[in-house]
Structure formats: structure tokens, C-alpha cells
Design a protein around this ligand. Structure first.
Ligand SMILES: Nc1ncnc2c1ncn2[C@@H]1O[C@H](COP(=O)(O)OP(=O)(O)O)[C@@H](O)[C@H]1O
Ligand SMILES: Nc1ccn([C@@H]2O[C@H](COP(=O)(O)O)[C@@H](O)[C@H]2O)c(=O)n1
Length: 202
């Protein structure tokens, strides 16, 4: 199994890059794991308490479970990937049955900041976009898709997101083998990654 880690700040375009890579690749050969699925369950907290969580700090992620799941996939086992709700700020009760594939792509803001997880990647990619561009994309996306308003997005950006990006995410770029500039759609980089994957699965 080839494991590819795709990191980058919020709004850099990780999910979009993964979707573009997956286009034209058979989903029987390539699977996806999202770090967002591994936000810790916080059933003990009220909704208002959950809104105060720093979701950009590594402690908000259950990296142990994520690493364990990757090891199980590598050993040929099926895992139950949790499903997270950005609207409820919590894990749902549902799971996606995820089968081992020849290539597994793991994407998320903090995946290169965790040494145990980082060690499992055969290829480490960092998607880069300018911070103004990322904020604009985040604002539009979170209002359209994640049940947020402008005050929520900008407040979170100032209070936790930007400081955590500077402390944990930007420094993790140093671990990347490949940096994809994604201020505009980067079809050349996508084609290169797809070629590497095709070599692995053919
Ligand atoms: N290269 C790009 N140019 C313009 N918009 C983009 C680009 N890449 C992604 N987007 C848009 O920006 C938003 C955030 O992208 P997404 O892939 O969800 O980022 P991430 O997963 O890194 O948070 C989405 O609405 C997406 O359509
Ligand atoms: N309940 C939550 C959980 C996370 N976030 C934000 O999501 C961002 C990571 O996801 P991307 O798809 O943007 O990479 C991260 O910056 C968290 O602030 C949230 O808003 N609410």
C-alpha cells in the first residue's frame, strides 16, 4: 500500500486537490481518509461549549485512532471511518466502511505535524495558498456549506486558526516532499501526482 499525506492550511484546496487527483482514477484502487473525520467526540459538552473548542490545535484530533486505522488498512483490514458534522461540531453516530486500497490518501491541516502519522506516509505533499486567498475561500465555504456566518469565521480565524496555523501548520511544510502552489488551479501538479499513483496501481 502506498500512503500519500496531503497537508495545507484551511482553504488551501486540499479537498479539491484530492477530488481532482481522484478524477479518472478507479475508486477500487485509491481510498481517502480525512483528518476531519478524526476530530475527538465531545458528547459530554453542550453545543455552546463545543463552539469554544480550538479546532486548529493538534489536541482536538484523535491521532491515535487515525494511526491505528491506517495500520489496520495496511494490514488488509476494513475500518469504520467516523463521520464528522461541522454544523454540530461533533462526530455523528455514523461511519463510512473504508476498505484497504493499493493507494490511500490522507488529507488534513495537521497531518504532517504528528510524527507517528508523518512516519507512515510514503509521499508527503503540502498544498500552499496565500493566506488572504485562504481566508476568502474559508469565509465563502463555511457560510455556504458549514452553517457559519461572517462573525463566526472571522472570530475563529483571529482567535485560534491563524495562531495555530503559524505555530503548527506552516512549520510542517518543511516535512513535505512536494509543495503544490494552489492560488490558482494547478493542473500540472495534479497530473504529476496522478502519474505517480498510476505507476503504483498498474
Ligand atoms: N485553486 C483554487 N482556486 C479557487 N478556488 C479554489 C481553489 N481550490 C479550492 N478552491 C475553493 O476553495 C474552497 C476551499 O477549498 P477546499 O478544497 O475545501 O480547501 P481545504 O480542504 O484545504 O480546506 C472551496 O470552496 C473550493 O472550491
Ligand atoms: N467543528 C469544527 C471543526 C473544525 N473546524 C475548522 O475546520 C478546519 C479544518 O478543515 P478544512 O477542511 O478547512 O481543512 C480547521 O481550520 C477548523 O478551524 C471548524 O470550523 N469547526
Amino acid at each position: 500500500m502506498l500512503i500519500i499525506g496531503i497537508a495545507g492550511g484551511t482553504g488551501s484546496g486540499k479537498t479539491t486537490v484530492v477530488q481532482q487527483i481522484m478524477n479518472e482514477l478507479p475508486d477500487t484502487e485509491v481510498g481517502i481518509i480525512s483528518q476531519d473525520s478524526y476530530y475527538k467526540a465531545t458528547d459530554n459538552l453542550s453545543f455552546d461549549e463545543r463552539t469554544l473548542i480550538n479546532f486548529d490545535h493538534p489536541r482536538s484530533i484523535d491521532f491515535e485512532l487515525l494511526v491505528e486505522h491506517l495500520k489496520e488498512l495496511k494490514a488488509g483490514q476494513i475500518i469504520q471511518q467516523p463521520i464528522y458534522s461541522f454544523v454540530k461540531h461533533n462526530r455523528t453516530k455514523d461511519y463510512v466502511t473504508t476498505h484497504p486500497r493499493k493507494v490511500m490518501i490522507v488529507e488534513g491541516i495537521l497531518i504532517l505535524s504528528n510524527p507517528d502519522l508523518r512516519d507512515m506516509f510514503d509521499i508527503k505533499i503540502f498544498v500552499h495558498a496565500d493566506s488572504d486567498e485562504r481566508l476568502i475561500r474559508r469565509l465563502k465555504r463555511d457560510i455556504a456549506e458549514r452553517g457559519r456566518d461572517m462573525v463566526e469565521v472571522l472570530g475563529r480565524y483571529q482567535n485560534t486558526l491563524k495562531p495555530m496555523h503559524d505555530q503548527f501548520i506552516e512549520p510542517s511544510k518543511a516535512f513535505a516532499d512536494i509543495i503544490i502552489p494552489n492560488d490558482t488551479y494547478n493542473t500540472v501538479a495534479i497530473d504529476i501526482v496522478r502519474t505517480v499513483i498510476n505507476q503504483k496501481i498498474s
